[in-house]
Design a protein around this ligand. Structure first.
Ligand code: WTA
Length: 655
């Protein structure tokens, strides 16, 4: 509550500089409001106009929105297009020699690729995929380092109508295996290794391990991009080098013209219950969302050097690395490494050397860079910057003000963008030329996005107040379903008990007296660790899969840099361990979770007890555990606890 309170007391207002306003795409509030008004008065007409203006259609659509099968909405359904055509071919007339990607490696080597060459590489690789008999509707897993090749792989899949599912390079063999099985993928595209912070990290051996676990054996090809040249195990004829696959392949590949609703990709994300969900996005609606948000929120100009630091393994790297910037014909930076290597000035150095104009990163990165070198940005020339962005979690006002003052030199607006894997693009974020900013608030919904707040009974909170964040009308970039599980999609996002009508985001929010939205965080059992989503259930299942563990409960605890960290309460099958024993087992369990899910899911603390605190009906008292994890005084009623002495045990972290 303390942090929520402090955020709500934040009432400084930062009005954009005239120098910014005079060049902005949406010049002023009137222009922003007139777009909002147009959408309110004629919702379908508005999105239809946008879809015609932004997308190059192979066959134009005749109907904008089909809401008959709620909540499985269809947009622009009888239109045909190809997303890769919209990102590449359309730029060849005017922008063939324009640089599409400035790639900087971990070590600092720079490779530029023009739209002409990117088009060529995508075409050759797409032809390579076709030669492996990969076709429209087939699923392809991409497990790659940040690289030009990762973007090429995604674009090549979309060129031939194959559905990609990118798995973040930090996920374990087990997580990769689960995604391969769930999608029944026919191919995996990977690299031998990736380089991060001066160290090499294996990728291909993880793919081998994941495939050994797969009984179904749907994967018939593994394509390997040679990044470091290290020795790898070879499985013939399944394994194929990327560079050998493209030899002699034609430099043009006819795009597969797909319907607007054709699935472009599946991206797994965590929810409250069960396994990660395969969020399935459409082609046209998704592309449209990525494009309008580039224009309105990032105020995109052809002269920009755009840099989104997100990995392509997350939705941010899909919408604002692989698709949005290319569809707008932008020049963008793609960076292989980490912000702290070789030192905490790396981001600022990249901005300086490539004259970055629009910079988009996560609060966790900002906070860690403040900690490691609050003065460091002053050593670099950051005068090219004109706009800053933030995504992934609420940004605390202190970090906001530093970002604004030290990085943006009080000249650059900050777009704090609230959105989700499921929404595909920004939902609530300031149109930077039009909206005065309040540090910590994502301000107002985008034109055509009907965001609102409802109370637990499902009634709309119209004025100042807090509650659950919803979006009242379907919008083009909304996920279409959960892969293979439409019921779960409906029950999670359009549950009957709160109306069933609105898209339920899973976040709570507050609107202040000026109408500004403030995101308070998740209302479900989803944690936000360094801006990455993890379900408590997933981590608990991983813990109990260890043969020593009888029961486990996981909660989040606020952390200065990561936003939140994981505290795990564990009951072992044997006696509750003490001292050195406890420490040893805790370390073992931490590594176990890292192997089961990936290093991002490692518990920061593990606490052992003889039991977990439960209600009489046997439900774990999570609120109580949260209070213990945070070291807060226990104010809950504990009279129903069977064994209050366990609270003392659980107060001591083993690590
Ligand atoms: C949180 C990332 C506050 C939120 C694009 C949401 C934010 C979840 C913000 C989605 C923001 C994202 N302010 N909270 N600007 N952006 N979130 O799917 O809790 O990885 O529900 O998508 O991150 O995370 P996801």
């Amino acid at each position: 509550m303390a942090t929520i309170e402090s955020v709500l007391h934040e009432n400084r207002l930062f009005t954009p500089d005239d120098s910014f306003v005079n060049q902005a795409n949406l010049l002023n509030k009137e222009e922003y409001y007139s777009l909002c008004k147009e959408a309110e008065e004629d919702y379908e007409g508005f999105w239809g106009r946008m879809a015609r203006e932004y997308i190059q259609w192979h066959k134009p659509f005749t109907k904008v929105l089909d809401e008959n099968n709620h909540p499985f909405f269809k947009w622009f359904e009888d239109g045909k297009l190809n997303v890769s055509y919209n990102c590449l071919d359309r730029n060849l007339d005017a922008n063939a020699d324009k640089i599409a990607i400035i790639f900087e490696s971990d070590k600092g080597n720079v490779t530029n690729i023009t739209y002409r060459d990117l088009h060529l590489q995508v075409c050759q690789f797409a032809n390579g995929l076709r030669s492996l008999n990969i076709k429209k509707d087939d699923r392809v897993i991409i497990y790659m380092p940040m690289s030009i090749e990762a973007v090429v792989a995604m674009q090549a899949c979309s060129r031939i109508g194959a559905i990609h599912s990118v798995v973040f390079g930090g996920f374990s063999a087990k997580s990769l295996h689960e995604r391969i099985v769930d999608t029944a993928a026919v191919a995996v595209i990977t690299a031998d290794e990736q380089m991060r912070g001066g160290r090499s990290v294996s990728l291909k051996p993880v793919v081998d391990k994941a495939l050994e676990m797969s009984k179904t054996g749907s994967v018939s090809s593994v394509v390997i991009y040679q990044r470091t040249g290290t020795d790898i195990e070879w499985h013939s004829p399944r394994d194929i080098w990327w560079h050998e696959l493209i030899v002699d392949k034609p430099i043009y590949c006819e795009p597969e013209w797909v319907g607007a609703e054709h699935p472009l990709f599946i991206l797994y994300t965590s929810g409250s219950t069960g396994r990660p969900k395969g969020i399935q996005h459409s082609s046209a609606g998704y592309l449209l969302g990525a494009m309008v948000s580039m224009k309105w929120i990032f105020d995109y100009k052809p002269t920009d050097i755009f840099w989104c630091t997100a990995d392509v393994g997350w939705i941010t790297g899909h919408s604002y690395v692989a698709y949005g910037p290319l569809a707008m014909g932008a020049t963008q930076v793609v960076f292989e490494g980490v912000p702290t290597f070789p030192d905490a000035g790396r981001f600022w150095k990249i901005i300086q050397s490539h004259s970055v104009t629009v910079f988009y990163t996560a609060p966790t990165a900002i906070r860690s860079l403040i900690k490691l070198g609050p003065e460091l940005p002053e050593d670099y020339d950051l005068s090219s910057l004109r706009l800053l962005g933030s995504v992934g979690e609420p940004i605390n006002p202190e970090a906001w003000v530093w970002y604004h003052k030290v990085v943006g030199q009080s000249r650059c607006p900050i777009v704090d963008t609230w959105w989700q894997t499921e929404t595909g693009c920004h939902m609530i974020a300031p149109v930077p030329g039009a909206i005065p900013l309040k540090p910590g608030s994502c301000t107002f919904p985008l034109p055509g996005i009907m965001a609102a707040i409802i109370d637990e009974a499902g009634h709309e909170v119209k004025n100042e107040g807090g509650g659950l964040l919803v979006i009242k009308r379907p919008f083009p970039s909304l996920a279409r379903t959960i892969w293979g599980n439409p019921d779960r999609f409906k029950n999670t996002y359009f549950p009957n008990d709160i109306g069933g009508k609105y898209y339920l985001a899973g976040d709570s929010a507050h609107r202040d007296s000026d109408g500004y939205f403030w995101i308070m965080g998740r209302v479900d059992d989803v944690l936000n660790i360094s801006g990455h989503r993890l379900g408590t259930m997933e981590i608990e299942s991983a813990l109990v899969a260890n043969s020593l563990v009888a029961e486990a409960a996981v909660v989040g605890k606020p952390h200065e840099i990561k936003g939140e960290v994981i505290v795990a309460f564990v009951v072992l099958k044997g006696l509750c361990p003490k001292g050195d024993d406890a420490r040893k087992i805790a370390i073992e369990l931490r590594n176990w979770v890292s192997k089961e899910i990936g290093p991002i899911a490692k518990p920061e603390e593990i606490r052992f007890g003889d039991n977990l605190p439960k209600t009489r009906s046997g439900k774990i008292m999570r609120r109580l555990l949260r209070a213990i994890g945070r070291g807060e005084e226990i104010t809950q009623d504990i009279s129903t606890l069977e064994n209050p002495a366990i609270l003392e045990q659980l107060k001591q972290p083993a690590i």
